[in-house]
Ligand binder design. Structure first.
Ligand code: MN
Length: 512
């Protein structure tokens, strides 16, 4: 893709100065990546341009698109962050820095395949924490999507690693941001590399099934349309086919029996207002027998990521089981685009409004990130203007991320002590801890850790846990481990004492 192509994709609402700035960024990036090639043999610049184009398609703001163009320069070329800041401003530099840090953290995770579930979860959290600004994560998602789209050029082990990481980290991230369409794109691509045979098998299975049911479903659709028209409810209705990966996941739950899957193809009814959603539900339930247990009202109780819809499954007259999803246009847009939809071009002039507050917890208190996201989501849905401070979500302001000397990442509550870290690594590491080095310097037991610290636990085999450590621990996990170790030690001691006493007494008796 060349520069011109990218620009024709830019929609007319982009202002002239944006186009100039974008063109400048492309020149700078192309110059920086000059001579570099992708595995496909294409010039490297194709990749950042694709990422930028995706960001434009998602309706992201100017700064994100420019950061997309520049996203690999700091890591892979001689271009510095300072230079980027001087050319494109603080905001673009902040975003590029965020994306670079996420890549570095990922490298620090080493091979994800050998990781514990807890560590994977840490990576998701890290993506957000380091991002500090949701746009960093969104740029990262666009980056990952293009890497998946061009995965055929990588070696098989690389393919598996990237595909697995995409399923375990990036797809859930997209889901958390409510970006349903991106989540499905990532899942389908990743799954097709991870389990190519199964992917093909399920794809064929779906095709066969759909052939059978599409005609029957067409009848249902006509019936519903007729009734909705009769009632004067303006609507759109279309079929949605379950994605291959979500079919795969569901099949695992029902022991592989596709007959137990009712929503292989669902009918989606899109209306103007929330009231009409319930009217449609009424119409459907009057027409067909609802399966009561399968009615879900995500419009009054949205999913944690902000997803809204009414779901119901009915049994038609021909005994066909059909799932319906009913939603408004707004709910539909959010379900597809999620948080990305909020960075819409309209707001691009006030890109300053998106700025984060560096290094500070923007939202008060210890709110769960889901709550925050929900609040934002509901505001977005009601068309409210969102204040600056809320878009730069510091989702884990009360958590810190620390590293082992090998680069493994651990997540601890703020104020945690070195012993909390040691016990998190392994209870034996805690047990035999003899001293700590933090960022290469000796660190006392009673001094809390800071975000980003690299901690080395010095152990000694015959070193034993001490009662006094209870004062230098803040996590329940470490406390429980230490207590049980102390109890065991206590027990060992008293048994030794008891044995000694008995020996002593026996000896005395004999001596007598
Ligand atoms: Mn990249």
């Amino acid at each position: 893709m060349n520069k011109r192509l990218l620009l024709t994709h830019a929609k007319p609402f982009y202002e002239k100065n944006f186009l100039l700035e974008l063109e400048h960024a492309i020149d700078v990036a192309a110059e920086a990546h000059k001579g570099q090639k992708r595995r496909s043999g294409e010039p490297y610049i194709v990749h950042p341009l694709s990422v930028a184009k995706t960001l434009i398609d998602w309706g992201m703001d100017i700064d994100s698109v420019i950061a997309g163009v520049l996203h690999d320069t700091v890591e892979d070329t001689d271009l510095t962050l300072e230079k980027i800041e001087s050319l494109f401003g603080e905001d673009v530099a902040f975003l590029v820095d965020g994306v670079t840090k996420v890549s570095q953290a990922r490298a620090g995770m080493q091979d994800l395949t050998t990781y514990l579930p807890q560590t994977k979860d840490n990576l998701s959290k890290l993506l957000i924490a380091i991002g500090h600004d949701v746009r960093v994560v969104i740029i990262k998602l666009a980056d990952r999507l293009h890497n998946l789209e061009t995965l055929q050029h990588k070696s098989r082990p690389k393919q598996i690693k990237i595909a697995r990481e995409s399923l375990e980290v990036f797809a859930p991230m997209a889901d958390r941001l409510g970006m349903g369409r991106v989540r499905v794109q990532i899942e389908e691509l990743a799954f097709s590399y991870l389990e190519p045979q199964e992917f093909k098998r399920l794809k064929n299975l779906i095709r066969k099934r759909l052939g059978k049911s599409t005609r029957k479903l067409g009848v249902v659709r006509d019936e519903v349309e007729k009734e909705l028209n009769a009632q004067g409810i303006k609507h759109e209705i279309n079929g949605r086919v379950k994605s291959i990966y979500s079919l795969h996941k569901k099949l695992q739950k029902v022991d592989g029996n596709i007959d137990d899957i009712y929503d292989l193809m669902a009918l989606r009814v899109i209306v103007d207002t929330r009231e009409e959603c319930y009217k449609v539900l009424g119409v459907l339930h009057a027409l067909y027998q609802p399966m009561i247990a399968r009615i879900k009202d995500y419009t009054s109780a949205p999913k944690p990521n902000g997803y809204q819809s009414l779901h119901t499954t009915v049994i038609t007259r021909s005994k066909q089981i059909v799932e319906f999803q009913i939603r408004t246009h707004e709910m539909h847009e959010y379900a597809e685009q999620g948080l990305a939809a909020s960075f819409h071009y309209n707001e691009q002039k006030s890109s300053k409004d998106y700025t984060r507050k560096k290094g500070s917890a923007v939202l008060p208190g210890h709110l769960q990130w889901i709550t925050q996201l929900q609040e934002i989501a509901s505001k977005l849905r009601s068309g409210e203007d969102i204040p600056t401070s809320q878009l730069s979500i510091d989702l884990f302001g009360d958590r810190i991320f620390v590293y082992s000397p090998k680069g493994d990442i651990y997540n601890l509550p703020e104020g945690a002590f070195p012993l909390d870290f040691a016990y998190l690594v392994h209870s034996d590491v805690g047990k035999h801890a003899n001293g700590f080095k933090v960022n290469g310097k000796i660190h006392p037991f009673d001094k809390p850790l800071q975000n980003g610290d690299v901690i080395e636990v010095m152990t000694r085999k015959n070193s034993q846990p001490k009662q006094a450590w209870l004062d230098n621990i803040s996590t329940t996990h470490a406390r429980n481990k230490l207590r049980s170790q102390l109890r065991k030690l206590g027990l060992v001691e008293s048994m030794t004492n008891a044995a000694a006493i008995i020996r002593e007494k026996t000896k005395r008796k004999k001596d007598r």
